[in-house]
Design a protein around this ligand. Structure first.
Ligand SMILES: Cc1ncc(COP(=O)(O)O)c(C=O)c1O
Length: 434
């Protein structure tokens, strides 16, 4: 088999950046990406047979670890019977029932193929149901590559936004308003300024795409209250947090009632899936019952449904899943903090359930815009040495790490040893530089 370097050279000639999604190209860290050939439990193995303990876990879906045997057996069984029909299947009904049972704000769901598609459809539903156009989002929150959400704030409060990607039209950006996370005053002001124009406020369950910034229940409840007061929709994007922070996701975590919830990642158990859900009377606006059109050739795909069902079954079966995940992640972050202190490396770690974010600075940033350039640079170095020591960390200082049920205390102990070597290598090079 070719080496990662050879594969990258080949891929770069036929695929943008040699990858299918930008962060995988390692442009935000040092060194080149490794090409992965397989994974099992907490580990992945590259094409040169180097093994890594994985803390990316496919950016969240793999809460049971890689190639969970139960999930794989179910997938094999279903694959033998056909991979797609373009007709309803019992599997969709089964997964829909599971989501509805656990998710307090969801009576009905519609399956799609990715988180992006879920968010895009949720926004269309909000606009269709309210007959309003504007969307309020928050700085640092990522909701997939939906055109009207690939925007950054214009100057000043409640001005129209500007596109943050080429190819997004002014028109697509103009109806999106970007506010700072946790900024209650701005949120109130924006509703006062546009009382009849805001179709929806969208926020990540727990903002986890530019660092990890849990919000207060008060702030989430204010979104809920104002959305209700002004007849707008509150969209909670639970693509990461759904079934990650508990069976009821961030909805349960904050005890809130969003109007529309978007899902992805865990509900597909590592296969491509998204979904959006809400109250039945709201979801009745979607075709074929209502006038909001949304469709998909592979939506509700039997394999994806199966991986999702099997994953949720395993979580349900073991009542202690979330507390074990919590305890193991706490152990991990405690160990990391301790060795960073011992080796005099500035670090603060944020941890929520089985998600963690390492920020290499003395003080914890309060909002994503406070993340320093220096902390990003330190992370890029640490990532390089971690990879050399057999740890696969997220390839960007802004991305969070994910722990699975396969990251046992033994694996965390092994991680700690590898991190000690990583921090030592980092310090050694810093000393040589001075
Ligand atoms: C909160 C959130 N929403 C939406 C998305 C988009 O999902 P996908 O990458 O499946 O399109 C992501 C992706 O990471 C996400 O983190």
């Amino acid at each position: 088999m070719k080496t990662s370097k050879e594969l990258l050279q080949k891929a770069e000639k036929i695929m943008p950046g040699g990858v299918s999604s930008p962060v995988r190209a390692f442009k935000a860290v040092k060194g080149d990406p490794v090409f992965i050939k397989e994974g099992k439990g907490p580990r992945i193995i590259d094409v040169e047979n180097n093994a890594y303990i994985d803390y990316v876990m496919s950016f969240g879906p793999l809460i049971l670890g890689h190639a969970n045997q139960y999930v794989i057996n179910k997938l094999k069984e279903i694959a033998e019977k056909g991979t797609s029909f373009g007709a309803p299947t019992p599997l969709e009904v089964e997964l829909a029932e599971k989501i509805i049972t656990h998710h307090p704000a969801t009576d009905w769901v519609r399956f799609v193929n990715s988180g992006t598609e879920a968010v895009m459809s949720a926004i269309r539903l909000a606009r269709g149901a309210t007959k309003k156009d504007k969307i309020v989002k928050f700085e640092g929150c990522y909701h997939g590559h939906v055109d009207h959400l690939l925007v950054k704030a214009g100057s000043g409060l409640a001005t129209f936004s500007i596109a943050s990607s080429a190819g997004v039209t002014e028109g697509a950006a103009k109806d999106t308003i970007v506010l700072k996370l946790g900024d209650e005053e701005s949120l109130k002001q924006v509703f006062e300024k546009y009382p009849d124009e805001i179709a929806a406020v969208i926020i990540e369950g727990i903002p986890a795409n530019m660092g990890l910034f849990p919000q207060t229940s008060e702030f989430m409840r204010l979104i809920e209250k104002l959305s209700k007061q002004y007849s707008s929709m509150f969209i909670l994007d639970e693509v990461i947090t759904g079934f990650r922070v508990g069976l009821g996701g961030a909805t349960q975590y904050y005890n809130i009632k969003p109007d529309i919830v978007t899902f992805g990642k865990i509900i597909g158990g590592g296969l491509p899936v998204g979904a959006y859900g809400g109250r039945s009377e709201l979801m009745q606006n979607i075709a074929p019952l209502g006038s909001v059109y949304q469709a998909g050739t592979l939506s509700g795909n039997p394999l994806a449904m199966t991986a999702g069902i099997a994953t949720l079954e395993k979580i349900e079966e073991n009542k202690g899943t979330y507390s074990v995940l919590q305890n193991n992640t706490e152990l991990l972050t405690r160990n990391i903090s301790e060795i960073a202190r011992e080796q005099d490396i500035p670090l603060n770690i944020t941890q929520i359930a089985s998600m963690f974010w390492m920020n290499f600075s003395q003080t914890k940033p309060q909002t994503p815009d406070m993340i320093t350039k220096q902390s990003v640079e330190i992370f890029a170095d640490i990532h390089y040495y971690a990879l050399k020591n057999g740890l696969y960390l997220p390839p960007s200082a802004y991305e969070i790490g994910f722990v699975s049920t396969e990251h046992t205390p033994e694996i965390i102990e092994e991680t700690t040893e590898k991190l000690i070597e990583t921090f030592k290598a980092y310090n050694q090079v810093q000393r040589e530089k001075t």
